[in-house]
Design a protein around this ligand. Structure first.
Ligand code: ADP
Ligand code: ZN
Length: 608
């Protein structure tokens, strides 16, 4: 930003306020970002940073982590050096920071303006300088840093420093030696995912004192969790898309499935649906990603490789076309929905086969990893099978103590019936046992319901005590019970497609353990509940504001959300501000955006 438009709060000193010493920071928050106040635990983090205290902030996606260093960066003397693992992530941040009038630059292999950036740094003209850890650990970078004052080291995605975390990046280990050379510069580490072991490790690896840990709650109240059996994935996903006209992500387990689902959804809905996976040409992949980021209605079908480098705040749904790897992974992936705080959906479609495959893989793991992964799978099975609040289960998994009901998950909205399936379970397990644990569900079903065929007679299975012991309503339960037993590992698929006993099977057979299952819906509910979008439908002013935002986005070559979020446009449509001053009072309209776009939006409001 140029000096003329720099708000004069830039260099005002913090710590002048009577209450939490954040008056100057709030002033800058309003001025630069246009936000009326801090959210969640942002104030604590910012306060520590301004005091020069090193901090590890664990905050869920969408909590507003970037603001906790961008704001101090704009206020403090010197540059904030941001370590970030991905170029796409850096460029995303760069765009948003610049749109708010913060002086930011990146030093990556994708940039051609290195000289300008380095000159600007040396001249003390940068608030933010983004680099990847590989670059940060090079001697040349350290030399550059000595040329001008550093305000702060911000380490984004800080779990990458820990081997316990799921994205270990050895280069993050080189950060501590670098930062130790600038010992008086505070450090701010940020992550959305870190269990206790990982947190402790991050503190040690980055040299942050224990007292510097701030952990915000994990809850993402605007995300609605739904878990459904996968009956007809294309139909189920088509329905989800019909209910959610905004951008969405569908995760699928393999490249082939990604391609297949993308093609079918595109054909079924006529919407822009693109695939994303590691097998695509890098150019094509980058193009698909760029189109998704800029789009207001595109759906990306992707392997889990997609999403980490993307801060798109207006993703309206994240669907899993099969079970994710773990609850941690599920939480991180679904966390990509609804960062802007508007309602969003997380929908998981599962089938018994997903668990069968995952349990088969367990067998191939080295001993030291098998137990941990088995536990992870059990936790997922619980999430899938529970008749209770999904959110409560998720939050308990992360060590929180949430209310028993959230009111915003499928089970809270539509409490499912539960059935005592202990008897049927015992019959099914015992049929599997007596037929030698090598037959699939179809065969067991025939034996139990007493429908003989040649194979059954040949094997003498029609003479077993379990032959024909299931009838009527119980017969209808066999399939859902088989699913539930497979999810929890009491029935395990063998290599040849048979079902063998595992896990709790013995305890269930001996009558030591009951089995309850969620009542299978008579039919899959057509659309679940239609997601209420907070956007006004059929309001000509709101539509015109969106249209204008699209124009400005094209002109400025940025995604529409960088101009304003939907919530800002909604406020404009309902408050109809007539002056720049009135427009400035809307949450999310900062000084720079007011100057850049204010008149155009006022004009649009006047004309509608
Ligand atoms: P995270 O990095 O924690 O996932 P972001 O930094 O991307 O979250 O912020 C998520 C969204 O929340 C952004 O669009 C940001 O503009 C918005 N936001 C951040 N802080 C505030 C605040 N104090 N008031 C209103 N919106 C905020
Ligand atoms: Zn709930």
């Amino acid at each position: 930003m140029d000096a003329a438009t720099a708000p004069d709060t830039r260099n005002s000193l913090p710590g002048t306020g009577p209450e939490d010493g954040l008056d100057a920071a709030r002033e800058t928050l309003r001025e630069l970002f246009g936000f009326s106040d801090f959210r969640g635990r942002q104030a604590e983090v910012v306060s520590r940073v301004l005091k020069g205290a090193s901090t590890l902030a664990v905050m869920p996606t969408g909590a507003g982590k970037s603001l906790t260093y961008q704001l101090p960066a704009a206020m403090l003397e010197g540059t904030c050096v941001v370590i970030s693992p991905l170029i796409a992530l850096m460029h995303d941040q760069l765009r948003s920071a610049r749109a708010n009038g913060i002086r930011a630059a990146t030093l990556t292999s994708a940039d051609s303006d290195w000289r300008e950036t380095m000159d600007a740094y040396r001249a003390g003209q940068l608030d933010l300088l983004y680099v990847a850890p590989e670059r940060a650990s090079q001697p040349a970078f350290c030399d550059l840093l000595t040329a001008a004052p550093i305000a702060l080291f911000a380490i984004d995605e800080a779990h990458c420093v820990s081997e316990w975390g799921h994205d270990f990046r050895p280069d993050y280990r080189q950060l501590r030696p670098l930062m130790d050379r600038f010992d008086d510069v505070p450090r701010l580490a940020l992550t959305a995912t870190a269990d206790e072991a990982t947190r402790a490790d991050i503190l040690t690896q980055l040299g942050i004192p224990e007292g510097g840990l701030i952990v915000a709650g994990f809850d993402r109240p605007n995300i609605r969790y739904t878990v459904r059996h996968r009956d007809n994935p294309v139909r189920q996903l088509t329905q989800l898309m019909a209910d959610n006209p905004g951008p969405g992500i569908v995760y699928a387990p393999t490249r082939k499935k990604v391609e297949d689902i993308a093609a079918k959804l595109a054909a079924a809905t006529g919407r822009d649906v693109l695939p994303y996976h590691a097998g695509l040409d890098p150019q094509v992949r980058a193009d698909h990603q760029a189109r998704f980021v800029a789009s207001e209605d595109m759906v990306m079908v992707a392997t889990i490789a997609f999403g980490m480098g993307i801060d798109k705040p207006d993703v309206r749904f994240v669907a899993h076309a099969s079970v994710p790897k773990s609850i941690e992974a599920y939480y991180q992936e679904t966390g990509r929905a609804g960062r802007d705080g508007d309602p969003a959906q997380a929908v998981m479609l599962w089938a018994a086969g997903d668990f069968a495959t995952a349990r088969q893989r367990l067998g191939e793991l080295p001993d030291d990893r098998r137990a941990g992964d088995a536990k992870r799978l059990d936790a997922l099975a619980m999430l899938v099978e529970t008749p209770e609040c999904r959110r409560a289960l998720l939050l308990r998994h992360f060590g929180e103590d949430p209310p028993a009901k959230c009111g915003n998950c499928d089970n809270c909205l539509d409490a499912p019936g539960v059935i005592d399936a202990t008897q049927v379970s015992r019959k099914l397990l015992s049929a599997a046992y007596r037929t030698g644990q090598s037959f699939g569900f179809g065969h067991l079903q025939k034996v139990l319901t007493g429908s003989s065929d040649e194979r059954i007679e040949q094997r003498g299975h029609d003479r077993l005590s379990v032959f024909g012991i299931v009838a009527g309503e119980e017969a209808a339960l066999l399939r859902p019970v088989a699913r539930a037993l497979q999810a929890r590992g009491a029935l395990v698929a063998t290599e040849h497609g048979g079902l063998a006993l595992g896990g709790d099977a013995k305890a269930i057979l001996k009558g030591e353990m009951d089995v309850t299952i969620v009542q299978p819906p008579k039919r899959a509910p057509r659309s679940g509940r239609r997601e209420r979008t907070p956007n006004p439908v059929g309001d000509p002013l709101f539509d015109a504001l969106r249209e204008l935002r699209r124009e400005l986005a094209l002109e400025g070559q940025v995604p529409p959300y960088v101009i304003f979020h939907d919530a800002v446009l909604r406020a404009m449509a309902s408050e109809r501000p007539a002056t720049l001053d009135a427009l400035a009072t809307i949450n999310g309209v900062g000084a720079k955006k007011l100057e850049a776009y204010g008149e155009r939006f006022l004009d649009c409001i006047r004309r509608h």
